[in-house]
Design a protein around this ligand. Structure first.
Ligand code: ADP
Length: 307
């Protein structure tokens, strides 16, 4: 096999109380990529469609993660990468992570799987660092493993796979505005009160328990963020109204996806997830003239895959 086509999914990171550690994977939103083994040594990006991104491997997250893996193997051939981007860069649903994961996953398949998924994520971290200027894996882990993941630590990299209840769906609204990562970092508090910290870790613990036991009431009760959301939500126009619409339409909870501007909700069952989408479609254009996309997705338990 010299060529492989893969689907690399969008993901939601910073799942409410699980800031910087908890993420989940989407089913029907993602990038397509083709990875090809070629005689010429090195990594070359030969085609990009969808969004304007650099072709130089060193400037594209797909290329940087591929180069990190290429440096770790000793082969007398190279790889070409084609990227068909559907996830808008900077949307808050893991655009760069999908590219970073896709290239190394595809190369690994063509090589006969010498690396496990944690090792592949380690390479992908190098690519993601190009986009976010720091090493983190909260979008990479769900894109690579699927389902919900908890990044227990980066050094050494430790990823825990958390089960997803069968009936859990996500509805996400992506307002077409740009929030600079530097801006969303700058609003974060330097210090956290002990009482907020206690609330937050109690919610993370109970959310993980609820995902393990498919306890939807407990998911609802735990999907809160008292530390990050109060600050970052101010950067997203009409955040509180959108969240309210999602909750009134039946969502279990809602919060900022990644560092925004996307907002995710989790819902029990496809019908409620569609109701949330309908309610948003109706109300959002009445509130504002910001363009938007809406995604409804079952939690994708497989992650990146061969098409
Ligand atoms: P998201 O918020 O959707 O996770 P990121 O903020 O992580 O997106 O990444 C977007 C940034 O990464 C943009 O500045 C973009 O130009 C850069 N970038 C470089 N290569 C890629 C790529 N292959 N896919 C997406 N973004 C890329």
């Amino acid at each position: 096999m010299n060529e492989i086509k893969i689907f690399s999914p969008a993901t939601v990171a910073n799942v409410a109380c699980g800031f910087d550690v908890l993420g989940f994977c989407l089913d029907n939103v993602g990038d397509d990529m083709v990875i090809r083994k070629v005689d010429k040594k090195g990594i070359k990006i030969t085609h990009i469609e969808g969004f304007d991104l650099p072709y130089e491997a060193e400037k594209n997250v797909a290329g940087v993660s591929a180069l990190a893996m290429y440096d770790a193997i000793n082969v007398d051939f190279g790889f070409e990468i084609e990227i068909y981007k559907n996830i808008k860069p900077g949307s808050g649903i893991g655009s760069s992570a999908a590219s970073a994961v896709g290239s190394v996953f595809g190369m690994n398949e063509l090589l006969g799987r010498p690396f496990n998924k944690t090792e592949l994520t380690q390479f992908a971290i190098k690519g993601e660092a190009l986009a976010s200027k720091c090493e983190h894996a909260d979008n990479l882990a769900p894109a690579m493993f699927g389902g919900f993941t908890l990044v227990k630590g980066i050094k050494p990299l430790q990823i825990l796979e958390i089960p997803s209840p069968e009936d859990l769906y996500a509805t996400i609204i992506h307002p077409q505005i740009e929030i600079k990562t530097s801006e969303s970092r700058a609003v974060l508090p330097q210090d956290v009160s002990l009482s907020d910290a206690i609330t937050q870790w109690s919610n993370v613990g109970s959310l993980i328990h609820a995902l393990h036991t498919s306890d939807y009431d407990l998911i609802k009760d735990s999907l809160h963020d008292v530390i990050i959301e109060p600050h970052r939500s101010k950067l997203i126009p009409h955040y509180n109204e959108v969240k309210q619409i999602m909750l009134e339409a039946g969502a279990l909870g809602a919060c900022i996806s990644g560092s925004g501007p996307s907002i995710f909700s989790l819902c029990k069952g496809e019908e409620i997830a569609n109701n949330v989408a309908q309610a948003l479609k109706k109300a959002y254009s009445l509130i504002t003239d910001i363009e938007f996309d809406i995604h409804v997705s079952k939690i994708n338990t497989k992650g990146v895959k061969i098409c």
